[in-house]
Design a protein around this ligand. Sequence first.
Ligand SMILES: [Zn+2]
Length: 183
Amino acid sequence: MPFTPYHLGPSGFLALVFRKWIDLPVFVLANVVVDIEVLVIGILDLGWPVHRYAHTLLLGAAVGIAWAIAAYPLRNIFAALMQLIRLPYRTSLWKMIISGILGVWLHVLIDSVYHFDLRLFWPNKKISLHRMIVRHLGYKNDEPLKDRIEIACIILLLAAVTLYVLVVNLPSAKKSPRASSRS
Ligand SMILES: [Zn+2]
């Protein structure tokens, strides 16, 4: 996807739904980290398709693991940020690794439908989910598909915001005894 913000919808929504098992900051930020590849290839003008190695299941998993290991020392910062947005946060290295891998995989899965140059199953360079879906839907070009994905991402962003508002206002989130001790 050209702009990482589109990934905020699906990643934010899923991270909130599975927040007990997923490290939300690691999962969501994995979606930003993996797009560094696009920037680097673009800026250095390497002449490769911009979605090359990190945007694959195989090397994307490695990127997710590397990101989780790099993020592990930052866990106290994440905890403070999560407290700021009033979401409970408990993590471990394993939780971060799983979240890093799944975050990157979600990103590359969406990108593989959106972008023609992405080869999800690299080193197999022949299978293109994008091409298969465009053909399957009988589109003449990929614009209608891209439009649909963008709309789905925006809908998921709205769903994520709604879910967030619900989660922080759940009775269990307000259990703090000080909240009711106004005098
Ligand atoms: Zn991307």
